[in-house]
Design a binder for this molecule. Structure first.
Ligand code: ATP
Ligand code: MG
Length: 218
């Protein structure tokens, strides 16, 4: 059963934002998606509390229990598991990468953030898995910045995710209200970017059918 790990050693790169938006897009596409929050900060779990009784399901798991948690969710019939991980935590990142069929590494396209990619690249190499780097918080008209950042990604032996997220207030506002961008503005650029990410992820993991958008909470 497809499992996606969202991993980045850098704090604030957008891991939780990505995890909750991807899983919610999957839920709107009619898939049973579950976020597994392995971060002691439990940000995704807090988002689920604010959200109330709406999809997707969010469960917490210490990294040492992650493999068991994924196994149990698979038995319960999950279609897609999205693992959110903490920053600066090698053991958590390693366990998530081991459990994953697809690893997405969000990063801001800035020097310090790109530098932090080295640690994630080393870990992926160590476990023997590929990582797709998603540029997050991309400023408008930053073509050269993105070209340079993508070149660095390739130098590090990582893959460039064909989807990127701009710097969009909708991501920020929605998360703080227990919602996702598509729910506060289905026509927003943020909503379209999430839609693209869902389509790409579904293709990468072999999940069939379903549009990942929606106007109301599922
Ligand atoms: N594309 C974006 N546009 C605007 N704001 C964003 C974007 N991505 C993330 N943010 C905001 O940046 C902050 C950090 O994002 P987030 O919590 O998802 O990062 P994180 O990698 O999970 O952080 P941590 O490492 O602490 O777990 C949040 O306030 C979030 O709303
Ligand atoms: Mg987080």
């Amino acid at each position: 059963m497809p499992t996606v790990a969202i991993v980045s050693q850098k704090g604030g790169s957008g891991k939780t934002t990505l995890a909750i938006h991807l899983a919610t897009a999957g839920a709107y596409a009619g898939k049973k998606t579950v976020v597994v929050d392995t971060d002691p900060q439990a940000t995704a779990a807090a988002w689920a509390d604010w959200r109330g009784d709406f999809l997707p399901e969010v469960v917490t798991s210490p990294p040492a229990r992650l493999a068991k948690t994924v196994e149990k969710l698979a038995k319960k019939g999950a279609d897609l598991i999205v693992i959110d991980t903490p920053p600066h935590a090698d053991a958590s990142a390693r366990e998530a990468i081991k459990a994953a069929d697809l690893v997405i590494v969000p990063t801001r396209p800035r020097a310090f953030d790109l530098h932090a990619l080295e640690a994630t690249a080393e870990m992926l190499n160590y476990v023997g898995k590929e990582g797709h780097v998603l540029m997050n918080g991309v400023p408008a008209r930053a073509t050269k910045m993105i070209e340079d950042a993508n070149a660095r990604v390739v130098e590090l032996g990582l893959k460039v995710c064909p989807v990127s997220f701009g710097e969009r207030a909708a991501f920020h506002h929605a998360s703080g209200d227990g919602e996702v961008a598509t729910e506060i503005d289905p026509e927003s650029k943020a909503a379209l970017e999430v839609q693209e990410l869902w389509k790409w992820t579904a293709k990468q993991t072999g999940i069939k059918g379903g549009k990942g958008g929606g106007k109301k909470k599922a």
